[in-house]
Write a protein that binds this ligand. Structure first.
Ligand code: ADP
Length: 380
């Protein structure tokens, strides 16, 4: 009912407005306005121009009488008529049925296809029809991404949970064989570790995604961030006999931010550098000032990433080689977390890579403008 009233008002005001605009500009009241002060034409102009909803007013012969800028941007009118047959059909039905009609349509405007929610309503008397168009393309995309994410999470959770229940059954079946029991129990530990890492990273990611960009934060020494990150990677690096070297150009180099998050970002890059490198290679993490920014670069001599995969590795759950990622305990969320941490700190993360030679991931952050006071260490 509210839609009917609003639409009737819009049609009446806009049609009257379009037709009687000259009169209004001459200082006379507009058709359809409320009693009291006349609505200045300039105020209506401003309101209709600023509206994100596209409005198209049709005359009885289906010629377009009036459009607002939002409708113009959607390119739904061509040569004074509705460009899309589906829109014209909806307008005709609304005129016939004398009731507002809703529909979701896909309209092509230039090279793009837009998803649009349309409300069509005839003004009393049936001469004019108003079409209200809301572009729902972004909302639909967000919906699709959300659905994909939920599907991915469910799949990722199912794998370790399924493995654990199979292993539990296996243990039940070999109770009198202590060697097998131990072997299966060890595998269960690996799977439960994977599960808790995945859940923890999902929690981290959802916190980071909802976070506002940081405006005020402490200054943190970059050397402290690096040594904490190297510490966290030490075990994995030692297991592959990979040497991790860290170098900071200037010991006083500092950035503003959350020390734990920044250490996580660098540790994720180091973890990957180790995970995707052959044994007995070198991984280097360096930090230097470049203008107003600090660049932290993690370089490996690993398998590298193809140009096609380079843009995608920051997507949640994207892995170049899912089997290898699982083998190394990867969750597919590490780089998505790095990207969010960089963005929340007003920075960015870039990748350079040559397949078969190695990769460099560079985390660029605004340098701290106030060097003092700085935190000495990183809270763990
Ligand atoms: P994962 O947990 O699978 O490592 P990430 O989000 O950290 O997830 O990385 C996504 C994918 O990017 C990895 O699965 C891997 O294919 C690729 N990748 C990340 N870092 C490197 C690297 N240093 N060298 C080669 N490939 C990498």
């Amino acid at each position: 009912m509210a839609v009917v009233v609003v639409l009737a008002c819009v049609v009446a005001v806009v049609a009257g407005y379009a037709l009687g605009r000259r009169r209004a500009l001459a200082g006379q009241p507009l058709a359809g306005e409320a009693a009291g002060e006349p609505v200045p034409a300039a105020a209506l102009d401003a309101a209709l121009d600023a509206l994100l909803t596209g409005i198209v007013i049709l005359d009885a012969d289906e010629t377009v009488l009036w459009t607002n800028p939002a409708a113009d941007a959607m390119r739904v009118v061509r040569a004074g008529r509705l460009a899309a047959p589906a829109l014209a059909q909806l307008a005709r039905r609304a005129r016939r049925e004398e009731a507002p009609l809703h529909d979701d349509l896909e309209l092509s405007g230039g090279r793009d296809v837009h998803a649009v929610h349309v409300v069509a309503s005839a003004a009393p008397g049936g001469r004019h029809v108003a079409l209200l168009l809301d572009d729902t393309t972004d909302a639909r995309r967000v919906d699709a991404v959300r659905r994909d994410f939920v599907a991915n999470v469910s799949h990722e959770l199912k794998t370790p949970v399924g493995a654990m229940s199979l292993l539990a059954e296996a243990i039940q079946g070999c109770g009198d064989d202590p060697v097998s029991v131990r072997r299966f129990a060890d595998r269960m530990l690996v799977e439960s570790g994977r599960l808790s890492r995945l859940v923890q990273e999902l929690i981290d990611l959802s916190r980071l995604q909802g976070a506002e960009p940081m405006r005020t934060a402490d200054s943190v020494l970059v050397s402290a961030i690096l040594s904490e990150a190297v510490d966290r990677t030490r075990l994995a690096a030692a297991a592959s006999d990979i040497e991790v070297v860290a170098r900071v150009d200037d010991a006083a180099l500092a950035v503003r931010g959350d020390d734990r998050q920044l250490a996580t970002a660098v540790a994720n890059l180091l973890d990957n550098a180790v995970a995707y490198s052959p044994v007995r290679t070198r991984v280097a993490v360096t930090a230097r000032r470049h203008g107003d920014e600090v660049e932290v670069a993690v370089t490996d001599q690993g398998i590298g990433i193809s140009p096609a995969d380079r843009d995608r590795v920051f997507e949640r759950f994207y892995r170049v080689d899912p089997a290898r990622s699982r083998e190394t305990g990867g969750t597919g969320l590490g780089l998505a977390i790095v990207k969010h941490i960089a963005t929340n700190h007003g920075g960015r993360v870039d990748v350079w890579s040559v397949e078969g030679t190695g990769s460099t991931f560079t985390l660029t952050l605004p340098a701290s403008v106030v060097p003092e006071p700085v935190k000495e260490g990183v809270a763990t």
